[in-house]
Structures are given as C-alpha cells and as structure tokens.
Write a protein that binds this ligand. Structure first.
Ligand code: GLU
Length: 448
C-alpha cells in the first residue's frame, strides 16, 4: 500500500472501523484517498468542511428481503440492496448486480466508484448501485422473471426518474431490465420510462446503450494510445470476460483493425489465434446463454484452456472486462514482460492495487475503470435525455455523442494528471477530476 498523509490515513482508518468486513469498499476508498493529497494541499476548505468524510458515507442504504418461488414450487430467500451514495450532481444512477458474491461491501464499492465515474461524464447524474446475492446461472426464464418481480415489489418505493435510476450490471441485462420495468409500471400505473435504463429499443431504450461500455472503453484506449503516438490498428488484444462489456469491446476493437485473440469466463479461457469470431460468441452468450467452452466445440481451430490465465497470453493491449480484482500483481508482471503497452479497465476495479503499481512503474498506460468504462453510464444518461424529451436518436448520432463524451473524459483526466504533476497517470487524473466535481457541488449545496 502507498502511504497516506496523516489526515487521509485518519479518514481511511475511520472508514474501515465504521464499515467492518467490507474489503472491496475499503479498497475503492483507499484508491481514491491515495490520489487526493495534492488536492487537500490546494483546497484546505475541503478539509475543514469534512468533505472526504461526507463523500465516504452513503446518503442512504436500503437492504431488503427478496422471497421467490422456483419452478418446482420451492421457496428461496435472497437479499436485495440499493445504496444511494451521492445525489449532489443529479438523481442516483448506477446498475444492479445479480451475483452470488453480492453483499453490502460489493455494492458500496461499486456505488462509491459510480459517484466519480458519473461525475466524469459531465452529465447530471449522482451515484448509486444495487443488486442481490441471487445466482442467475441455470435459472429458467420464468424463475428470472419471478425474482425480478419480487425484487421490484420492494425496490419501487425508492426509485424514480427524479430520485434513483437503476440499470444493468453483472447478471442484469435487457431481459431482466424488461421484467423490472414491467413490474414497476404495473405497481405505479405510470409509464415512467426514465426510471430505469438499458430498456429495449421499442419500449424507451436507446440505440448504442447495449454496445456503449465496450465501445467507450475502446474509444478511451484510442485516446490513450494517441498520447503515445500509437493507434489501435494492428494491435493484438486480450479481453477478459465474455459478457456485455467484453463482447462490444471485441466488436469495436475488430472494427478499428485490432485482433482479439482471447476472451474468458469464470471457468476458463478461449484462445483463437485468427481472432475471436464475434457472431459465434454473441450466439453463445446472448442467445444460448452457455459457457464459452462451447466456442471451441464449434470452432475447431480455437483452444479452450480450463482455469487458464488470460493475462499470460502475449498481447499489446489488455482489457480486463470481467469483474473486480481479476488481475493481480503477478498477472500484471506477466503482461509487462510480454510487452503489453496499455491496460484499459472495462470492468469495475478489475486490477488490484499491486497490479496498478506494477503498470505505473513499468510505464504501461493504465486506463482506470472510472474513466475508461464510463461510456455505459454516459449512454444511460443519453437514454434518460431521450426519455425526457420523448425522442429517440439514430445509432450514428448516439455513437458520436458517446465518442465525444469519451474524448472529453480523456482530455479532462489527462489535463488534471498534468496539472497535479503526474502526466499520463489516469488514476490520479480520474480520481481528482471526479472528486472535485462532486465536492464543488456539495460545497454549493451546503451541509446536507
Ligand atoms: N453498471 C454500469 C456501470 O458500472 C452502468 C450503470 C448505468 O448505466 O447506470 O457503470
């Protein structure tokens, strides 16, 4: 761990004491605090008004019971969460994660990151996150629907267009958003499109939202490489994961002339020297919802490595796009050794602090998730704009807006890194830029 100055260390110790057992939340807070020393030196009034202590405390945390019945009639009880972290810049905004690993510490780390990510987009959205410790794996469509309905039966009290706007995350895609929105509509008897994002295209959704996180990460990577006089075209890439973020990262990389040779799921890695076959991957993951092992059954010149380590595959660019802490210090050392020049986080907090340190020391360009994967939530905010104006935009126009937002995030973050004496350090740049936007709004709004 990097040392913190005395005041920040005291804040960190207090956060760990008040939130025991929430390792991921502690890690996310620590990473931001490690960037903030130079800000406090320049802005002592932020210390006096306890700005950091206030930002580390969620405005509201909701935990609720989600009972549901499986297809055999057996009852199950899951735990649902919504952490409404910060609404200084707009209504709480952030996804829902359905995964067995979900507990309060995961939702708080995600909600905390979301505050700064959303601030970086420059759009009027606060930060929040939710989810449940429900495992969608192996569940029938009807079971998923009953779970979503039970979840919304409780959540509907706390969300709304002007209050809190959920979306998807791991385990929550278009199908789940449909069931959640359907139940909200039924309970409230209102067609309030702006209450949730990631909707289907014929019922209030936005073109490009599905692709946005992956496309945005590649646009961000393009900007990072441009600073170093390089480009995406001709690069060999690995993209971990095989969900929504990974699929559209692979698509945009291929469109820009790169070759993606590997992707993964929690059981193993697919290596395909000729480049991942995107129609096949989409068929397996979006239509059939099967494990990626199946890819090698259908494409004989590819290789499936059970429990393989994707970071040991030589590449120029790496896009960790699966989940938190999926890339550790040893993995980072392997990437550096094999000549990787840039790592871009499609997932939230996929690189451990050790890994980030290894990349920084080796001068590998490292795109922090808060900046690099902000394209998803930014396009959610564009969906909210379309809903508010009862309009829908074309694919090309929406993609241009996304591209413009990602360029803007890169420029602001890069300029901040220069201003604070760490040129090209996107961790410092993103944390400081996001923090200052939220802190200045909170200052203006008084002690609330
Ligand atoms: N779950 C996504 C994220 O981590 C998107 C959230 C949203 O669109 O509200 O940013």
């Amino acid at each position: 761990m990097v040392g913190l100055d005395e005041r920040l260390e005291a804040v960190y110790v207090e956060v760990t004491r008040r939130n025991p057992g929430e390792a991921e939340f502690h890690q996310a807070v620590r990473e931001v605090l490690e960037s903030l020393s130079p800000v406090l030196a320049k802005r002592p009034e932020l210390v006096e008004c306890k700005m950091i202590e206030r930002i580390c405390e969620p405005e509201r945390q909701i935990i609720f019971r989600v009972p549901w019945q499986d297809d055999k009639g057996e009852l199950h009880v899951n735990r649902g969460f919504r952490v409404q972290f910060n609404s200084a810049l707009g209504p709480y905004k952030g996804g829902l994660r359905f995964h067995p690993s979900v507990y309060l510490g995961i939702i708080k780390f995600l909600g905390f990151e979301q505050i700064f990510k959303n601030a970086l987009t420059g759009l009027p959205i606060g930060g929040g996150k939710g989810g449940a410790d429900f495992d969608p794996k192996g569940k029938s469509d009807n079971e998923i629907m009953r779970f979503c309905q039970s979840f919304m039966l409780e959540l509907h009290r706390y969300v709304g267009e002007y209050q809190d706007v959920p979306a998807g995350d791991i385990g929550v895609g278009g199908r789940e958003i449909g069931y959640l929105f359907g139940m909200y509509k039924r309970i409230t008897s209102q067609y309030e499109s702006g209450v949730i994002t990631g909707k289907g295209l014929n019922w209030g959704g936005s073109l490009v939202r599905t692709e946005a996180t992956g496309y945005g990460a590649v646009f961000f990577a393009r900007e990072m490489l441009a600073v170093r006089g390089q480009e995406i075209e001709g690069k060999t890439c690995v993209v971990s994961g095989s969900g929504n973020v990974a699929i559209y990262t692979i698509q945009k990389l291929s469109q820009l002339g790169a070759r993606v040779v590997a992707c993964s799921d929690s059981d193993g890695v697919i290596y395909d020297e000729s480049g991942i076959d995107l129609p096949l991957l989409k068929q397996l993951k979006e239509v059939e919802r099967v494990r990626i092992e199946e890819y090698s059954e259908r494409k004989k010149d590819s290789r499936y490595v059970p429990h393989g380590n994707i970071w040991e595959i030589p590449c120029n660019l790496a896009f960790p796009s699966a989940t938190q802490n999926e890339l550790n210090g040893r993995d980072a050392a392997a990437l550096v050794k094999n000549g990787c020049v840039a790592v871009v986080e499609g997932a939230n907090m996929p690189a451990t602090p050790d890994a980030i340190r290894t990349f920084t020391e080796a001068n590998v360009a490292f795109g922090l998730g808060k900046a690099a994967n902000a394209g998803g939530v930014a396009t959610s905010a564009l969906e909210m704009q379309q809903n508010a104006s009862r309009d829908s935009w074309s694919f090309d126009y929406t993609e241009q807006r996304l591209d413009h937002i990602m360029r803007g995030i890169h420029r602001n973050v890069y300029e901040t890194s220069v201003e604070y004496g760490s040129p090209g350090n996107y961790v410092v740049g993103a944390n400081i830029t996001g923090f200052l936007r939220v802190a200045d709004a909170m200052l203006a709004l008084g002690v609330i």
